[in-house]
Design a binder for this molecule. Structure first.
Ligand SMILES: [Zn+2]
Length: 664
């Protein structure tokens, strides 16, 4: 066979495979068996293998490419990906209809209703019909480039079937079916890999992989719901737009309907709520959009959402279960939390078997007994809770539960409740679980950020009496570590190394790490500036002086003063410093180039790149290594390479070495 006919054969096989994809994913009516499909795929792959020069970039064999190095890069959206306003009940939906009628001065408005999939929004950019870029929604204005992973999703065509505009951006939702989610978690359970809490997290985690091979195994699905700036002559409404998308070979949601009858729309919404558990993917509502493009124009936008569409949410899912027992947990501040262990249930794709009951008042108010049948609710990522007790089903052996007179699950000392507090506490300063969680908090990422000091190691260190408090962490040495289980020379060295690094840290990290009630990272930063990074100064403050600070309320002020006036707390802080902790002050940035981002590329004659970076940073600039639209200017030396080309394309400011010279 000659070269040209090989090329033709490749093209026709791709066309055939794409046609069958269309039959399968868009029309849901495959014309050939999976085996026949695989056969076509193998034929194509084998011809391509012997003719590597003819492999087309949009060939279905090219779906799994090379891993991306480093991190995913960010790109601005050409058109912002707006969010939708929510309607949380039928009344709000009716209000929406009335608003539309009023603004548009029209009595009958046609709407399109589609299920609201609980997945991840993406924008797919096709140039001359070929998939060129895929971005996550991100913050709506800037998304991450996930092209390498999106290509692995079989229902997304690499090349559109019919003629399309030169450039078109198609948007839709990536999701994982319940079945794929379960399979993935079962598999990960066996291999000891990450267990995802729900299909949405699993989908989001999968499309943000660096290696497309991982994504390809995750079996993601896709439905498109719109494309940006359609040709106004031919597409005058949303319904036609969806049909156009289907003609391009892209699946859209089959439950979508259009109607001008408000009652029909409400009925569709209710029907979707009824069948939601029998659909093989998670939906959390319906989206209702004005159909006509010209009417949409008239109705317009709010700042972050179109006025002509609304997301009608379902009520959060409720499932019956039984309280098996109520156990107690002690937190780092000594607060005792009662937790109900329930017979495991699945809600919104997550397996739930314990539900916090918060405190005794909550248990009393809801009249929750041990062995009671209860209604458990969870909406989205929200912590599950017991909504109510099914009293008609209360077993005869059900028993009341009381924290009164109970003892701490960790140290067994009796728990107490202050008169004005809802919670019981363990007041034992040496309570092991409290100490343990305090240390865990102290070394956590946002606090001292000591890598490699996980809960199990902390547990061992306490058990072996190597540490008694967080202040002892700074004294840990390799000799003590090697004696522990699973510790070798290398790992001991590493841990001591990361403790050494953590010794020099910011005031705000230490303050946050102490776990003063009501003091989060943000407040810790405010306090750092106020006391100029000194714990001595902080100790002199009063409730009055602290409450005057912008952003610090009286409750926060009170809890800080109480904490630092406690002698035990204060001596532990001092011990930290005695053991080598040092607080470093980061000067607030200032300078000519404040807020501007620069890239340095190529060889400079009078400076090394590190020197150039330092000089720029001294003047307030932020220096990064890769060129993007976020960059303000690029300093170019000799042999700059591809970064200069990219900078020119983005029309960034280009400077030579004299720019640095002038800063000195
Ligand atoms: Zn205790």
């Amino acid at each position: 066979m000659d070269q040209i006919s090989k090329q033709k054969q490749i093209a026709s096989l791709i066309e055939e495979i794409n046609f069958h994809n269309y039959q399968y994913y868009v029309l849901d009516s495959p014309l050939i068996s999976d085996a026949e499909y695989d056969n076509l795929f193998r034929q194509l792959a084998s011809i391509e293998k012997s003719n590597p020069n003819f492999v087309l970039p949009y060939s279905p064999t090219q779906r799994v490419g090379h891993p991306v190095s480093g991190t995913l890069s960010s790109h601005p959206h050409e058109y912002p990906m707006l969010s939708l306003e929510n309607a949380i009940n039928e009344n709000e939906l009716i209000e929406f209809f009335n608003r539309m009628k009023k603004i548009s001065k029209s009595d009958t408005i046609e709407y399109v209703v589609e299920p609201k999939i609980d997945g991840m929004g993406v924008a797919l950019i096709y140039i001359n019909g070929t998939l060129k870029k895929a971005l996550t929604r991100g913050d709506g204005y800037q998304g991450e480039d996930i092209t390498h992973n999106i290509k692995t999703i079989n229902s997304i065509p690499l090349k559109l079937l019919k003629k399309s505009p030169e450039k078109v951006e198609i948007r839709g939702e990536i999701f994982m079916t319940k079945k794929s989610f379960e399979d993935l978690n079962n598999h990960n359970h066996k291999t000891g890999d990450k267990i995802f809490s729900n299909p949405r997290n699993a989908a989001a985690g999968s499309v943000r992989q660096l290696d497309p091979k991982v994504t390809a195994k995750r079996k993601l699905s896709f439905y498109a719901y719109e494309y940006t700036n359609p040709d106004e002559e031919s597409i005058t409404n949303h319904w036609d737009m969806l049909n156009q998308i289907k003609l391009w070979g892209m699946p859209t949601n089959p439950f979508t309907i259009k109607s001008s009858e408000e009652t029909v729309i409400i009925k569709k919404h209710q029907e979707m709520e009824k069948i939601r558990s029998s659909i093989d993917y998670e939906i959390d509502g319906t989206v209702i959009k004005v159909n006509s493009a010209s009417l949409r124009k008239k109705i317009g936008f709010r700042s972050r959402s179109p006025r002509w569409a609304i997301a009608a949410k379902f009520e959060s899912q409720k499932v019956d279960s039984q309280v098996l027992e109520i156990v107690l947990q002690v937190g780092r501040t000594g607060v005792i939390t009662p937790v109900a262990k329930i017979s495991p249930v699945f809600i919104s794709g997550a397996r739930i078997q314990s539900v916090t009951l918060h405190n005794q008042d909550e248990i009393d108010r809801k009249e929750i007994y041990i062995k009671d049948y209860v209604v458990v609710e969870r909406s989205g990522d929200v912590i599950p809770k017991i909504v109510s007790v099914i009293k008609s089903r209360r077993p005869v052996n059900a028993s009341k539960f009381s924290l009164h007179g109970a003892s701490c699950p960790s140290c067994n000392s009796q728990i107490k409740r202050k008169e004005d507090e809802a919670v019981y506490r363990c007041l034992n300063a040496n309570c092991k679980d409290q100490i343990k969680s305090r240390i865990e908090h102290f070394v956590s990422k946002k606090a001292l950020n000591i890598e490699g000091l996980g809960p199990q190691i902390i547990d061992q260190l306490i058990m072996q009496k190597i540490i008694y408090s967080y202040a002892d962490i700074f004294k840990i040495n390799e000799k003590a570590l090697i004696a522990l289980e699973r510790f070798g020379e290398k790992s001991s060295e590493n841990l001591v190394g990361s403790i050494e690094t953590a010794k020099k840290t910011e005031f705000s990290r230490v303050l946050y790490g102490l776990g003063v009630p009501n003091v989060g990272e943000h407040i810790a930063k405010i306090i750092e500036n106020h006391v100029n990074g000194s714990f001595e100064t902080l100790r002199q403050e009063t409730v009055e002086t602290l409450s005057e600070i912008e952003g610090v309320g009286e409750i926060v002020a009170q809890s800080i003063v109480e904490y630092f006036n406690n002698e035990i707390n204060w001596s532990l802080i001092q011990k930290c410093f005695e053991n080598g902790l040092q607080v470093i002050r980061t000067e607030p940035k200032k300078g000519l180039l404040l807020g501007k981002t620069f890239v340095v590329t190529g060889t400079l004659n009078n400076f090394s790149r590190v020197e150039a970076k330092e000089i720029l940073e001294k003047n307030g600039a932020n220096v990064v290594s890769s060129v993007s639209s976020k960059v303000f200017g690029v300093i170019v030396g000799d042999n700059p390479g591809s970064k200069l080309g990219k900078a020119n394309k983005l029309e960034l400011k280009i400077y030579d070495e004299s720019f640095i010279q002038n800063l000195i």
